[in-house]
Design a protein around this ligand. Sequence first.
Ligand code: SIN
Length: 275
Amino acid sequence: MEIHRLTGALGAEVTGVDLADDLTDETVAQIRAAFNEHHVLFFRGQHWTPEQQIAFGQRFGELDTHPFVEGNDAYPEILDVITDPDDVVNFGGGWHTDVTFLPEPDLGSILYAIEVPEHGGDTLFANQHAAYDAMSDGFKGLLDGLRATHSAGPQYQEGGYSTRSKQMRTKNPELAAEHVVHPVIRTHPENGRKALYVNRAFTTGIVGLHPHESTALLRILHEQTTREAFTCRFRWEPGSVAMWDNRSVQHYAMFDYAGKRRHMRRVTIKGDTPV
Ligand code: SIN
Protein backbone atom coordinates (compact mmCIF):
# COMPACT_ATOMS: atom_id res chain seq x y z
CA MET A 1 0.00 0.00 0.00
CA GLU A 2 1.37 3.44 -0.93
CA ILE A 3 0.14 6.80 0.31
CA HIS A 4 0.62 10.01 -1.70
CA ARG A 5 -0.36 13.36 -0.19
CA LEU A 6 -2.62 15.47 -2.36
CA THR A 7 -2.21 19.08 -1.14
CA GLY A 8 -0.40 20.85 1.67
CA ALA A 9 -3.61 20.99 3.69
CA LEU A 10 -5.13 17.51 3.61
CA GLY A 11 -5.96 14.44 1.56
CA ALA A 12 -3.97 11.47 0.33
CA GLU A 13 -4.41 9.02 -2.51
CA VAL A 14 -3.91 5.40 -1.46
CA THR A 15 -2.76 2.86 -4.04
CA GLY A 16 -2.00 -0.86 -3.94
CA VAL A 17 -5.07 -2.01 -2.04
CA ASP A 18 -8.23 -3.74 -3.28
CA LEU A 19 -11.00 -2.67 -0.92
CA ALA A 20 -13.24 -5.55 -2.05
CA ASP A 21 -10.79 -8.01 -0.43
CA ASP A 22 -11.31 -9.36 3.04
CA LEU A 23 -8.66 -6.98 4.44
CA THR A 24 -6.34 -8.06 7.24
CA ASP A 25 -6.50 -6.24 10.59
CA GLU A 26 -3.04 -4.88 9.79
CA THR A 27 -4.21 -3.31 6.52
CA VAL A 28 -7.27 -1.81 8.23
CA ALA A 29 -4.99 -0.38 10.95
CA GLN A 30 -2.77 1.16 8.23
CA ILE A 31 -5.83 2.74 6.57
CA ARG A 32 -7.05 4.05 9.94
CA ALA A 33 -3.65 5.58 10.70
CA ALA A 34 -3.58 7.27 7.27
CA PHE A 35 -7.16 8.48 7.82
CA ASN A 36 -6.18 10.12 11.13
CA GLU A 37 -3.14 11.73 9.55
CA HIS A 38 -4.59 12.94 6.22
CA HIS A 39 -8.32 13.36 7.16
CA VAL A 40 -9.57 12.27 3.74
CA LEU A 41 -8.35 9.27 1.74
CA PHE A 42 -8.94 8.57 -1.94
CA PHE A 43 -8.79 5.20 -3.72
CA ARG A 44 -9.25 4.59 -7.46
CA GLY A 45 -10.27 1.64 -9.62
CA GLN A 46 -12.33 -0.10 -6.93
CA HIS A 47 -15.22 -2.53 -7.60
CA TRP A 48 -17.70 -2.83 -4.77
CA THR A 49 -21.02 -4.58 -4.44
CA PRO A 50 -23.25 -2.90 -1.85
CA GLU A 51 -22.41 -5.73 0.58
CA GLN A 52 -18.67 -5.16 0.11
CA GLN A 53 -18.98 -1.42 0.72
CA ILE A 54 -20.99 -2.10 3.89
CA ALA A 55 -18.45 -4.70 5.05
CA PHE A 56 -15.58 -2.24 4.51
CA GLY A 57 -17.40 0.51 6.41
CA GLN A 58 -18.11 -1.84 9.31
CA ARG A 59 -14.37 -2.37 9.82
CA PHE A 60 -14.32 1.24 11.10
CA GLY A 61 -17.43 1.21 13.29
CA GLU A 62 -21.19 0.76 13.33
CA LEU A 63 -22.94 2.18 10.27
CA ASP A 64 -25.62 4.87 10.49
CA THR A 65 -28.77 5.61 8.50
CA HIS A 66 -29.83 9.12 7.50
CA PRO A 67 -32.72 10.52 9.58
CA PHE A 68 -34.09 12.72 6.77
CA VAL A 69 -33.28 10.82 3.54
CA GLU A 70 -34.48 7.30 2.66
CA GLY A 71 -31.70 4.78 2.28
CA ASN A 72 -31.44 2.18 -0.47
CA ASP A 73 -34.53 -0.09 -0.38
CA ALA A 74 -32.47 -3.28 -0.07
CA TYR A 75 -29.60 -1.84 2.03
CA PRO A 76 -30.83 0.92 4.40
CA GLU A 77 -27.22 1.71 5.45
CA ILE A 78 -26.51 2.78 1.87
CA LEU A 79 -27.51 6.25 0.74
CA ASP A 80 -27.72 6.51 -3.04
CA VAL A 81 -26.53 10.05 -3.77
CA ILE A 82 -28.05 10.73 -7.18
CA THR A 83 -28.32 13.86 -9.29
CA ASP A 84 -30.69 13.54 -12.25
CA PRO A 85 -30.17 15.42 -15.53
CA ASP A 86 -33.15 17.67 -14.75
CA ASP A 87 -32.18 18.39 -11.13
CA VAL A 88 -31.61 22.02 -10.15
CA VAL A 89 -29.91 21.19 -6.84
CA ASN A 90 -27.59 18.39 -5.77
CA PHE A 91 -27.12 16.59 -2.46
CA GLY A 92 -24.29 18.11 -0.41
CA GLY A 93 -23.97 21.12 -2.71
CA GLY A 94 -22.52 23.54 -0.16
CA TRP A 95 -19.81 23.48 2.51
CA HIS A 96 -20.93 21.25 5.37
CA THR A 97 -20.05 18.63 7.94
CA ASP A 98 -22.42 15.66 7.76
CA VAL A 99 -25.40 15.56 10.14
CA THR A 100 -24.14 18.02 12.80
CA PHE A 101 -27.85 18.46 13.63
CA LEU A 102 -27.57 15.14 15.53
CA PRO A 103 -26.35 14.92 19.15
CA GLU A 104 -23.74 12.39 17.95
CA PRO A 105 -22.81 13.32 14.36
CA ASP A 106 -21.22 10.64 12.19
CA LEU A 107 -17.51 9.90 12.55
CA GLY A 108 -16.99 9.73 8.80
CA SER A 109 -18.39 8.80 5.42
CA ILE A 110 -17.29 6.49 2.62
CA LEU A 111 -18.46 7.53 -0.85
CA TYR A 112 -18.15 5.27 -3.91
CA ALA A 113 -18.64 6.55 -7.47
CA ILE A 114 -20.91 4.52 -9.76
CA GLU A 115 -21.61 7.05 -12.52
CA VAL A 116 -20.00 10.47 -12.87
CA PRO A 117 -20.28 13.21 -15.50
CA GLU A 118 -17.44 13.49 -17.99
CA HIS A 119 -16.63 16.93 -16.61
CA GLY A 120 -17.48 18.41 -13.24
CA GLY A 121 -19.01 16.92 -10.10
CA ASP A 122 -15.76 17.12 -8.08
CA THR A 123 -15.87 17.10 -4.30
CA LEU A 124 -13.91 19.66 -2.25
CA PHE A 125 -12.65 19.09 1.28
CA ALA A 126 -11.40 21.56 3.92
CA ASN A 127 -9.21 20.77 6.93
CA GLN A 128 -10.78 22.17 10.10
CA HIS A 129 -7.65 21.60 12.20
CA ALA A 130 -5.74 23.83 9.80
CA ALA A 131 -8.55 26.41 9.95
CA TYR A 132 -8.31 26.44 13.75
CA ASP A 133 -4.50 26.43 13.93
CA ALA A 134 -4.20 29.43 11.58
CA MET A 135 -6.26 31.74 13.82
CA SER A 136 -4.58 34.24 16.17
CA ASP A 137 -4.30 33.39 19.86
CA GLY A 138 -6.62 36.32 20.62
CA PHE A 139 -9.34 35.00 18.36
CA LYS A 140 -8.93 31.43 19.64
CA GLY A 141 -9.39 32.84 23.15
CA LEU A 142 -12.59 34.58 22.10
CA LEU A 143 -14.02 31.30 20.77
CA ASP A 144 -12.92 29.20 23.71
CA GLY A 145 -15.97 27.78 25.51
CA LEU A 146 -18.50 29.10 22.96
CA ARG A 147 -21.24 26.74 21.81
CA ALA A 148 -23.33 26.79 18.65
CA THR A 149 -26.80 25.56 17.74
CA HIS A 150 -27.23 23.20 14.78
CA SER A 151 -30.43 22.18 12.99
CA ALA A 152 -31.51 20.18 9.96
CA GLY A 153 -34.28 22.72 9.36
CA PRO A 154 -32.65 24.82 6.61
CA GLN A 155 -32.10 21.64 4.56
CA TYR A 156 -34.89 19.23 5.47
CA GLN A 157 -37.92 21.20 6.68
CA GLU A 158 -40.78 21.60 4.18
CA GLY A 159 -39.24 23.56 1.25
CA GLY A 160 -35.67 23.19 2.59
CA TYR A 161 -32.78 23.18 0.11
CA SER A 162 -32.28 19.40 0.12
CA THR A 163 -35.99 18.64 -0.33
CA ARG A 164 -35.76 20.07 -3.86
CA SER A 165 -33.63 17.21 -5.12
CA LYS A 166 -35.66 14.90 -7.40
CA GLN A 167 -33.96 11.60 -6.57
CA MET A 168 -33.12 12.00 -2.88
CA ARG A 169 -36.24 10.84 -1.06
CA THR A 170 -36.36 13.15 1.95
CA LYS A 171 -38.56 12.29 4.94
CA ASN A 172 -39.60 13.44 8.44
CA PRO A 173 -39.70 17.22 7.66
CA GLU A 174 -41.70 17.77 10.87
CA LEU A 175 -38.70 16.60 12.94
CA ALA A 176 -36.13 18.77 11.17
CA ALA A 177 -36.72 21.93 13.22
CA GLU A 178 -35.07 20.53 16.37
CA HIS A 179 -31.79 22.08 17.52
CA VAL A 180 -28.74 20.54 19.16
CA VAL A 181 -25.77 22.35 20.72
CA HIS A 182 -22.10 21.57 20.01
CA PRO A 183 -18.85 23.33 20.98
CA VAL A 184 -17.57 25.83 18.38
CA ILE A 185 -14.15 24.22 18.78
CA ARG A 186 -14.05 20.45 19.19
CA THR A 187 -11.14 18.21 20.11
CA HIS A 188 -10.62 15.21 17.85
CA PRO A 189 -11.04 12.08 19.99
CA GLU A 190 -8.27 10.17 18.20
CA ASN A 191 -5.55 12.68 17.25
CA GLY A 192 -6.19 15.13 20.13
CA ARG A 193 -6.10 18.20 17.83
CA LYS A 194 -8.59 21.07 18.00
CA ALA A 195 -10.85 21.80 15.03
CA LEU A 196 -13.39 24.48 14.15
CA TYR A 197 -16.85 22.92 14.27
CA VAL A 198 -19.42 25.20 12.63
CA ASN A 199 -20.76 24.88 9.09
CA ARG A 200 -22.95 26.87 6.73
CA ALA A 201 -25.55 24.15 6.14
CA PHE A 202 -26.56 23.33 9.70
CA THR A 203 -25.15 25.85 12.22
CA THR A 204 -27.93 28.27 13.11
CA GLY A 205 -26.41 30.49 15.82
CA ILE A 206 -23.95 31.00 18.66
CA VAL A 207 -25.41 30.41 22.12
CA GLY A 208 -25.59 33.53 24.31
CA LEU A 209 -24.77 36.12 21.63
CA HIS A 210 -27.19 38.70 20.23
CA PRO A 211 -28.42 37.63 16.76
CA HIS A 212 -26.37 40.30 14.94
CA GLU A 213 -23.23 39.27 16.89
CA SER A 214 -23.89 35.62 16.13
CA THR A 215 -24.40 36.33 12.42
CA ALA A 216 -21.22 38.40 12.22
CA LEU A 217 -19.13 35.82 14.06
CA LEU A 218 -20.44 32.94 11.96
CA ARG A 219 -19.65 34.92 8.81
CA ILE A 220 -16.01 35.20 9.91
CA LEU A 221 -15.87 31.53 10.89
CA HIS A 222 -17.45 30.29 7.65
CA GLU A 223 -14.83 32.23 5.72
CA GLN A 224 -12.06 30.83 7.91
CA THR A 225 -13.25 27.19 7.70
CA THR A 226 -13.22 27.15 3.90
CA ARG A 227 -10.21 29.26 2.94
CA GLU A 228 -8.58 27.87 -0.22
CA ALA A 229 -5.30 27.13 1.58
CA PHE A 230 -7.07 24.57 3.77
CA THR A 231 -8.67 22.60 0.92
CA CYS A 232 -8.15 19.84 -1.59
CA ARG A 233 -10.35 18.82 -4.50
CA PHE A 234 -11.04 15.34 -5.88
CA ARG A 235 -11.85 14.47 -9.48
CA TRP A 236 -14.04 11.38 -9.58
CA GLU A 237 -13.95 8.41 -11.95
CA PRO A 238 -16.30 5.42 -11.78
CA GLY A 239 -14.80 3.16 -9.10
CA SER A 240 -13.26 6.00 -7.07
CA VAL A 241 -13.74 6.00 -3.30
CA ALA A 242 -13.38 8.90 -0.84
CA MET A 243 -13.34 8.31 2.90
CA TRP A 244 -13.45 11.44 5.04
CA ASP A 245 -13.20 12.23 8.72
CA ASN A 246 -16.31 14.17 9.63
CA ARG A 247 -14.68 15.33 12.89
CA SER A 248 -11.95 17.28 11.13
CA VAL A 249 -13.21 17.94 7.58
CA GLN A 250 -15.92 19.89 5.80
CA HIS A 251 -16.83 18.97 2.23
CA TYR A 252 -18.66 20.44 -0.76
CA ALA A 253 -20.17 18.51 -3.68
CA MET A 254 -19.71 20.85 -6.64
CA PHE A 255 -22.79 21.15 -8.87
CA ASP A 256 -21.33 22.22 -12.21
CA TYR A 257 -22.81 19.46 -14.39
CA ALA A 258 -26.45 20.42 -14.94
CA GLY A 259 -28.11 18.14 -17.50
CA LYS A 260 -25.89 15.18 -16.57
CA ARG A 261 -26.42 12.28 -14.20
CA ARG A 262 -24.19 11.45 -11.22
CA HIS A 263 -24.66 8.43 -8.96
CA MET A 264 -22.64 7.72 -5.82
CA ARG A 265 -23.18 5.28 -2.95
CA ARG A 266 -22.46 6.46 0.59
CA VAL A 267 -22.17 4.72 3.93
CA THR A 268 -21.57 6.62 7.17
CA ILE A 269 -19.92 5.50 10.38
CA LYS A 270 -21.56 6.44 13.70
CA GLY A 271 -19.71 9.00 15.80
CA ASP A 272 -19.67 10.34 19.35
CA THR A 273 -20.64 13.51 21.22
CA PRO A 274 -18.34 16.39 20.14
CA VAL A 275 -16.34 17.84 23.07
C1 SIN B 1 -22.11 14.34 0.51
O1 SIN B 1 -22.25 15.46 0.99
O2 SIN B 1 -21.98 13.35 1.21
C2 SIN B 1 -22.08 14.19 -0.99
C3 SIN B 1 -20.71 14.36 -1.52
C4 SIN B 1 -20.66 14.16 -3.01
O3 SIN B 1 -21.63 13.71 -3.60
O4 SIN B 1 -19.62 14.46 -3.59
